[in-house]
Every structure is written in C-alpha cells, then in structure tokens.
Design a protein around this ligand. Structure first.
Ligand code: F6R
Length: 615
C-alpha cells in the first residue's frame, strides 16, 4: 500500500506535497519521492527511508511550478532502492513527452509491456511495474497528455491509482483509478489528489471519490472526470468532517478494525496474477527458480512465531492433504536451538509478516547453516527475512499497523493454499481438482465481503459485548480449523487481556474439560459440511453436560446448531480446505469488540510490539 499526493494551485508546491506525504506515511514507507514542473524542467527527487529522509535529501533544491506530485512507497516489485522509488520517468533522452508517474497498486501485465517497449528502444532503470506506465505514456505521445495517458491505461491490467505530470503540459495533472483508492480534493482555485483525504485534509475537506475506471484531468481552471472511453462523468462534491487522525485510519477508530475489514482486498492482492485457472495451477514467480527442487521434495519444515506459526499449521494441513508431502511446524524459537535435522530433500519454509522477527530470522540462518533450501513467505518487501531466504513469495497485504495480526494471517493462508496447489500439481493432483480449488479461492474475497456485512458484524459485536466481562475462554476446532481456534484465542488474549486457551476439540477431555463451568464460554468452530462435524457436535454435548456456554462458528445453512450453541457466529460455506479464510474473521471481530467493550488499547496492547526483533 503506497501513498500518492498531487497538487495544482498557487501555494508552495514542495511544501504541500511534503506535508501530504507526512500524512500518508502511515500507509507504509520505505522510500519516497517528489516531482514538480514549470514547463522548463521536470524536477524529480527521491530518497530511501522516511519522508524526513526525503526532506533532508531535497534541502536547498528548488521545486519550480505550480503543479506537483509525491509518493511514499511500500515496495511490491523490486527492492527498496532510490531507482525503484516513485515518481518514475520515461527515457531520459525523449523529445516526445517527459512524464513523471506515481502509482499505487500492481500492474499484472508489466513484464509483457516492458518486453514490447524494450524492443522499441525504451531503456528501463528500475525493477518496478510502475516504470512501464511512464514509458507507455511516452510511447503514446500524440499532442495531448490526457490522450496519451488514456491510451496507456487501456493497455494496463491490474490495480492502480496513478498521478501523471509532464514537462510539456505544465498546467495539467492527470490521475486515474482502478481498484486502488483515489480522492480528488476541491479547494478554492486549487485542487488536490490523494490516496485518501488525509493527504490534503488541512487544505480542503471537499472531496470527490474517484471510482474504478475513471480518469481525472486537473488544470488551474478546474477538473473533468471521464471514463476510459471518454464518456464524461459528473459527480457531487462531498464534505468530510473527520479529523486527520481518523482519516488516516480510513474513518475507523482502530487500525485493527480497518485491517480486519481490508481482508477481502488484501486476500485478493495475495492471489492477484497467481491463479492460472486454465491449467488448474498456481504461479508463484518468487519461487519459480526452485520449481525443480520443489517437485522432488521429501519433507517440509515450516517455522514461524505467533500468528504466522498458526498460519503455518494451516499450511501443514493443506500441503499434507493436497500434495502428500510430510510437513512439520516448529516454533522458530525452539527450532533455532534444538539442532534440527535437515536432510537433503527437506525445505524449510519461514513465515513472517514483518520479516524481522528475531527468532524466525535465527531459525532461517540455522536452516541455511545446515545446507537446507530456505523459502520465505513475508509481507514486508526487502525485510531481512525476505532478503536472506533463497526464494520467497510476498503477501502484498499492505502495511499491517495494528499490533494484533489480522489481514497478514489470511494472506499467509492464501499464499500457502497457492503453494499447496503448486506442489500438488507437480505430484499428480488433477487439473480439474486444481481448477476447483483455485476457483473457490478466487471467490473467497467476495465471501469475506458478505461475511463482513453490517448485520453480521452487529450480531458478532453483541455476542462479544455480552461476554466481555468473562475471565476465561476455551477455543476449540478440529482439523484445519484447529489452528484457527489457536489464533482466535491468541487474538482475544492479546488485545482484551482475557485468558483464552485454544485446543483441538477432542483433546479437551484430556484435561481442559475440568475447567468448564457456567462462567467459562467455549468458542467452537463447527462447520456442517466438515466430515468431522458429528464429532464436533459430540464435543459440544460434553460441554453442555457440564453446564458450559457455547459460542459456535457455524455456516449459514446450519439450522440445527442453535440447539447446542447459545450464540452463533455465522460464516458463508466454502470448501473445508479454504474454511480458515472465513472462520478466522468472526474470531478476530469477537476479540476486537470484547476489547473495545473493556476499554483496552486496541492497536498497541500492553507489553506487545509489532515487530519482535529481540529474542
Ligand atoms: C499476534 C502477532 C504475533 C506475530 C509474531 C510473528 O497477533 O502479531 O504473534 O504473529 O510476533 O510476527 P511476524 O509474522 O512479523 O514474524
């Protein structure tokens, strides 16, 4: 998730852009850049690090003109380097059109476009997908910046919010949106563009939300909005009355809730460009160079901490079930110290949202020291773990700011599902089965959106509030939903400080059942189409017989569950292999609303840090 800001007006452009970038920094920062033009020159400056690093780098440089743009980057394609930072420009020698482009999103067909443009003599200087947009606009130069951008956009596949300025049209800023947010700010004789209103909220609160497939042309005289086929669009200006802090959180009170609600989007980003429905296979470019080794693997060790470890457990079920490769899942803190055995044919898969967790990093280094093939699944591009693994796959979940991990968990499971299909297809899983799973995976974001609808959320909130004063919870699940029970318990304890234990449902009778009484609710994942459903119902009977209360996570079709469970958290029906992608969400919300009710500090729970870089 990157941040974009653009400005057309009489204020000091540099100051407006830098202020906007500071306000967008919450969206992620590994590098940033600014571009302005007065028609004589196009000044583009970039720096690695935070916006304050960019400010230092541009000290003493003058930024001419009354039009400009800025970008704060959270890397998706290419490492964190000045060359990969935005804005991007086309060929330095061009006489046609000198543009600067800032982009948020992922261009899926950039490799194809890059190859075509290289054949035409374009020279690329970065590893990003964005740079192709600048070259493409240059290629389409035809006497109008707007028309050149419009032609270029028609060639792009993927998600984008872009802003374009050019030396040749110093009074024109073009912006466009497809699946990445973009907002137009309307001031008095001045206009702003931003990834969200926080980019310009101190200047104007009058906004127009640009929609997918729309292109905006801004000049000092005004703005026009049209569709990519040139159909004009008229849209009313709306006034926002949120404060800047709330806008950064997209109107939410807490990042955690924002990130819970982002899951349809982040899950889609995790699978974007990685599903090959026709062949019933997954395409994971980050590990493509290791496909031969992967096809003859004998064993996989997954190592991680916390929520990432729980995702690893889901991965164990998936890989063993689909690819029939034996998998072990180890806490990284244990793995690193217990002389693990890594024979030839073993791959070690490390999972980390931050890519900086000290124990996971040490486990990775131990695996490498022993000569193992080490693969990674990380969110933060260019993080230490991402750099040190032999190959890896990124989550593309955008920055996760709330300390309690939510969207990273579902993105990790999405990537693990893709990896399982890839491994399984090289071991004889049929194309039809691959297609069936991948189609169902592609439907998950929509199912999540449905699950997160307001009525369902209100129902979950009510249940959470009714139980917020309890001191102990038991979370139970079986099969692939056992790790989700662990994750649900972790969410509750870390943000609400309520004691919660996660167990495989059948294990309960070997000890935890002694705790059950009227005061301790049990949260049980009980999906009617799960072959283990009858067994889970028996586990429920055991709880009821001891006077315990049950909160069930059940599918919408299950009309019987209320006979056993006092409260029900409803989820849509999806194949059992993919069910953690829906069952995790009500448990995240249950924890969130219990913590809100208890007045807890949601985004920074006590004693916890987002990235545990110490042992
Ligand atoms: C829980 C949580 C932690 C992390 C753990 C690993 O909500 O966030 O348990 O999952 O510290 O962090 P990463 O994934 O960054 O290695």
């Amino acid at each position: 998730m990157c941040g974009i800001v653009g400005y057309v007006g009489k204020k000091n452009v540099r100051d407006v852009i830098i202020e906007g970038l500071h306000r967008l920094e919450y969206r992620g920062y590994d590098s940033a850049g600014i571009a302005t033009t007065d028609g004589k020159t196009l000044v583009v400056k970039k720096a690695i690090g935070k916006i304050s690093d960019l400010e230092k780098a541009i000290q003493g440089i003058s930024f001419p003109g009354s039009i400009g743009m800025g970008h704060t980057r959270w890397a998706t394609h290419g490492g964190v380097t000045e060359a990969n930072a935005h804005p991007h420009t086309g060929c330095p020698w061009t006489k046609k059109l000198q543009v600067a482009v800032a982009h948020n999103g992922i261009i899926e067909n950039y490799r194809h476009i890059k190859t075509l443009l290289e054949k035409k003599g374009h020279m690329f200087t970065s590893e990003t997908d964005t740079e192709v947009i600048a070259h493409l606009i240059e290629e389409y130069a035809n006497g109008s910046l707007f028309e050149a951008v419009r032609a270029a956009l028609n060639d792009l596949e993927g998600a984008y919010a872009i802003v374009v300025i050019s030396k040749e049209y110093p009074h024109e800023l073009i912006a466009a949106r497809n699946q990445s947010p973009l907002v137009l700010g309307v001031g008095k004789g001045e206009y702003y563009i931003g990834s969200d209103p926080s980019a310009f909220v101190t200047h104007t609160r009058d906004v127009i939300h640009v929609e997918d497939g729309e292109i905006v042309r801004i000049t000092p005289e005004g703005y026009t909005i049209s569709l990519l086929d040139n159909t004009p669009i008229s849209r009313n200006v709306t006034h926002i009355d949120w404060d800047a802090k709330k806008i950064e959180k997209g109107g939410y009170d807490h990042y955690m809730k924002k990130e819970i609600d982002e899951q349809p989007h982040s899950t889609r980003d995790a699978m974007r460009g990685r599903i090959d429905i026709e062949n019933g296979n997954a395409r994971l470019r980050g590990i493509e160079d290791k496909l031969n080794e992967l096809s003859i693997l004998k064993r996989i060790i997954i190592t991680a901490c916390g929520t990432s470890w729980h995702a690893g457990l889901v991965g164990e079920y998936l890989i063993e079930e689909l690819a029939r490769i034996p998998v072990e899942v180890e806490y990284a803190s244990e793995f690193r110290y217990r002389s693990p055995i890594i024979e030839p044919g073993t791959a070690v898969l490390v999972i980390s949202q931050s890519g900086e967790t000290a124990d996971t990093l040490a486990a990775l280094r131990e695996a490498k020291r022993q000569g193992g093939l080490v693969l990674g699944i990380c969110n933060v591009i260019g993080s230490t773990i991402a750099r040190e693994t032999h190959s890896g796959v990124y989550l593309h979940a955008g920055p996760e700011i709330g300390v309690a991990s939510t969207k990273a968990f579902t993105s990790q499971i999405t990537v693990l599902t893709l990896l399982s299909v890839l491994l399984a297809r090289s071991r004889g899983m049929s194309q039809a089965r691959g297609q069936q799973l991948l189609k169902a995976l592609a439907d998950i974001p929509e199912k999540m959106t449905y699950l997160l609808r307001p009525e369902n959320e209100q129902a979950i909130k009510k249940i959470a509030e009714a139980h917020a004063e309890r001191n102990h919870f038991l979370y139970l699940g079986r099969g692939i939903n056992f790790p989700v029970a662990l994750e649900g318990a972790l969410k509750l304890k870390e943000i609400s400080y309520i004691h919660a234990e996660g167990y495989p449902a059948a294990e309960m009778k070997h000890g935890p059942i002694a705790l059950i009484d009227k005061k301790m609710p049990s949260v049980i994942i009980a999906l009617k189409h799960d072959p283990l459903y009858p067994k889970i119902i028996s586990n429920m009977e055991e709880i009821l017989a001891r006077g315990g209360d049950i909160i069930a996570v059940a599918t919408e079709e299950d009309g019987e569950i209320e006979k056993k469970a006092k409260h029900v958290l409803r989820v849509p029906t999806v194949p059992i292999e993919l069910s953690p992608l829906v069952t995790a969400l009500p448990l995240q919300m249950l924890a969130y609303y219990a913590a809100v009710k208890r007045g807890c500090e949601i985004d920074q729970p006590r004693n916890l840090a987002k990235s545990v870089t110490v042992e």
